[in-house]
Design a protein around this ligand. Sequence first.
Ligand SMILES: [Zn+2]
Length: 153
Amino acid sequence: MEYEFEKRRITGGIGADDEYWRGLERGEFRLPRCAGCGRWMWPAHFRCGACGSWEMEWHRTVPKGTIYSWTRSWYAFERVKERAGDVPYVTALVEIEGAGGARVMGVLVGDETDLRVGAAVTGEILPPTEKAKGYPSIVWRLADASDAVPSPV
Ligand SMILES: [Zn+2]
């Protein structure tokens, strides 16, 4: 499926996050940071709430972090009926490592055995699909336990 960014802009969106979607389209995970004071801003805004600057810089960021919150959908709601075949599925809100507390939402894929708040995850950018309403998307996967730093006992 060909991604048509300008035709598929998020309904009701204000366009401040356009660079996020353009980044995903190129396979890049990018988040905005104020050029004036350096504050990370997600969701994206046109103007910094901390210093008032209108200048944003979009930084290519490693899509990894920890689960801040998550929920399991047991029903195929009308606005996401494309995911009816996936029910039940988990959506995670992930606090991105090194991005000032920015939290990015996405569907969790793969093994859910260690699913919990605080669990480490890595993101994978998917090309546009019907399930994602024609947008590129990021999905989260629990980080391999073998990658975790063992806790001192
Ligand atoms: Zn600022």
